[in-house]
Design a binder for this molecule. Structure first.
Ligand SMILES: Nc1ncnc2c1ncn2[C@@H]1O[C@H](COP(=O)(O)OP(=O)(O)OP(=O)(O)O)[C@@H](O)[C@H]1O
Length: 344
């Protein structure tokens, strides 16, 4: 089983004072889909380019099974790493037809035409084979770029923000197609994204990058439920935070009382954090927790209710889409799941 093993990658660009990547180490088992998530400038593209052999770090090693991609003595040329790549702007050759573009992804020239045609067919692109990139929509260009990346049957697929330029409908369609292909051929995939929803829904593991450092690498569920620190928490969806004071049988907060014998384990103020879906708006007013309705935001299949305390602090609660609320209403809620930690 070729395991992709990355150790201690450090990258600093000339004329830059900061490291773009600092001591990045992790492993990706064969067939796993890993999402690299981080805001702009966190180092995602730099990492993918190093993995692809297009950029060289100051330090670090990369092995794929028993093949050395990179160590202190050598760097295997990109075309010998058996990987496919799709970058943000697709990088299709404008002067080449779709067929020629896909053929350019094949190193071995024998049967190149036949292979390229087979790949185009598999991806439903056969009818476009004589068109040029400027005659294609963004979604079609994306598919051609993907066809070119897959035509050589790589073992690793690298995608840099593959859905950035696509509208949400097309994004869903292409990501589903991509998942099907990936499952069929058991590819190892590493994709960069700034969108936590893409990372959570598509990846087996998520690696969170911040200022060139790897903050957490975990399954989507663990990253979501047990973020390692406040940065990861905020990167992956909304997390509400309430500061509360422990008493004998619970916690007092600006949104009311949270009955919980756990409070006995705390003597100082605590931070109570919870996701919007872990609170529930109740019809009954006999709940100790409540807030004034500040605003609702409608998302089709759900709405987010924003409640405010007396000090103007706002929390988000997910609610069914059809429930109607009036601004300034006092709404009562319960907490189903939350995390407690010392506040200071
Ligand atoms: N060729 C370069 N020369 C100098 N600095 C660079 C170069 N490429 C990237 N950097 C710097 O390295 C850091 C990481 O950039 P990188 O492009 O890897 O981040 P990113 O997470 O991919 O961002 P984005 O999502 O905007 O593409 C940034 O501070 C960036 O300015």
């Amino acid at each position: 089983m070729p395991l992709l093993s990355i150790e201690n990658i450090c990258k600093k660009y000339p004329q830059s004072e900061k490291y773009a990547l600092l001591d990045i180490s992790f492993k990706v088992p064969e067939g796993e889909i890993l999402a690299l998530i981080g805001e702009s400038g966190s180092g995602k593209t730099s990492f993918l380019r190093i993995l692809a052999g297009l950029e060289h770090p100051q330090k670090g090693t990369i092995h794929h099974g028993d093949i050395t991609f990179l160590d202190s003595k050598k760097s295997l040329p990109s075309h010998q790493r058996n990987l496919g790549m799709v970058f943000q702007d697709y990088a299709l050759f404008p002067q080449l037809s779709v067929l020629e573009n896909v053929k350019s992804g094949i190193n071995q020239k024998s049967r190149a035409n036949q292979k390229a045609l087979e790949t185009l067919k598999k991806m439903g692109l056969e009818g476009l084979k004589n068109k040029f990139p400027h005659q294609l929509s963004g979604g079609q260009q994306q598919r051609v770029a993907l066809a070119r990346a897959l035509v050589s049957e790589p073992q690793i697929l690298i995608l840099d923000e593959p859905f950035r330029n696509l509208d949400s409908l097309l994004k869903e369609q292409i990501s589903e197609e991509l998942m099907e292909i990936i499952k069929e051929i058991s590819l190892t995939v590493i994709f960069a994204t700034q969108d936590s929803k893409d990372a959570l829904s598509m990846a087996d593991k998520i690696a969170v990058l911040h200022q060139g450092r790897l903050l957490q690498l975990d399954s989507p569920a663990r990253i979501y439920d047990q973020p390692a620190n406040p940065y990861v928490t905020n990167m992956i969806g909304k997390m509400n935070e309430i500061i509360a004071t422990p008493t004998e049988d619970g916690f007092y907060s600006s949104f009311g009382f949270i009955a919980d014998p756990e409070s006995q384990n705390y003597s100082e103020k605590v931070r109570i954090t919870f996701r919007p879906e872990h609170a529930k708006i109740k019809k009954s007013q006999e709940q100790p927790l409540n807030g004034k309705l500040f605003r609702t935001a409608f998302f089709g299949d759900h709405q987010v209710v924003k409640l405010m305390d007396e000090e103007g602090k706002i929390i988000d609660i997910k609610a069914a889409p059809h429930r109607s609320f009036q601004e300034n209403d006092r709404l009562f809620f319960t907490l189903n799941k939350y995390h407690i930690e010392e506040a200071f």
